[in-house]
Design a protein around this ligand. Structure first.
Ligand code: ZN
Length: 247
């Protein structure tokens, strides 16, 4: 199947966003085929080739895409043109005001979140798994973008595919900790077990900060064969969400 990253509307004029799926790359099982994650155990050559294919499909160069070494934290990194090359730095959120530089987030059940203020011309990306959501990585990104001139009232967000609350079963004490920190994230799974709804948690966090224009690609990774899912497949690849300002 062809590499055809789906353009996502919703971040406003002059902003492009895409989410990839697992098709169109060169990686072998269990990373077949468009694995974009460097830390998943795939060959570095295949990941580099996949990233080149993605860049070409987006009309970008590989060096235009700023990847992160995601560590389930809340550190936010500003990306300038000079930061794109070289090894990815540890961070779970990044933002840029440089047209043509794409911020990128990797996921395979965790929630990829893209943000933009199309007026201030700032775009951001965050990796919100359970830990990052509870620790506030998305609020940290909103805050950093605000410090750079973005206004939450103008900001738009898209939450990408992630594991749904109906599938994401956790121990009861973990659900209770989530309920205490971000009440909207506490749920029951379809099987009636304690669960965490990361997307609901992130949407509540955005609303609390005044970011009300929030769209979602609400596909569940575990239930969607075209997406990578760590819970479903354990050893697997990572898909990506990218956002950039049109030069
Ligand atoms: Zn699900």
């Amino acid at each position: 199947m062809q590499l055809s990253p789906a353009p996502v509307a919703g971040l406003g004029d002059g902003v492009r966003a895409v989410f990839t799926d697992r098709h169109g790359g060169v990686s072998q099982p269990p990373f077949e085929s468009l694995n974009l994650g460097a830390g998943a155990g795939d060959s570095a050559q295949c990941v580099a080739a996949n990233r080149e294919l993605l860049a070409a499909a987006c009309g970008l160069r590989p060096a235009d895409i700023a990847w992160m070494r995601q560590v389930h934290g809340t550190d936010v990194r500003y990306v300038g043109r000079e930061h794109c090359d070289g090894p990815a730095q540890p961070a779970d959120a990044s933002f840029t005001d440089v047209p043509g530089v794409a911020v990128a987030v990797l996921a395979a059940d965790c929630l990829p979140v893209l943000l933009a203020d199309p007026v201030a011309r700032i775009v951001g990306a965050a990796h919100a798994g359970r830990e990052g959501m509870l620790a506030g990585v998305v609020p940290a990104l909103v805050s950093a973008m605000r410090s750079a001139g973005a206004d939450p009232a103008r900001m738009r967000a898209i939450t990408g595919p992630g594991i749904c609350g109906g599938c994401y079963e956790v121990p009861a004490e973990m659900r209770d900790r989530a309920a205490a920190a971000v009440p909207a994230s506490s749920c029951a799974t379809r099987a009636g077990q304690p669960g965490i709804d990361i997307r609901a948690g992130v949407h509540a966090q955005l609303a609390a900060l005044g970011v009300t224009r929030v769209a979602a690609d609400s596909r569940c990774t575990k239930e969607s064969a075209e997406l990578f899912s760590h819970r479903r497949d354990s050893r697997t690849g990572r898909f990506a969400g990218l956002a950039w300002l049109v030069p």
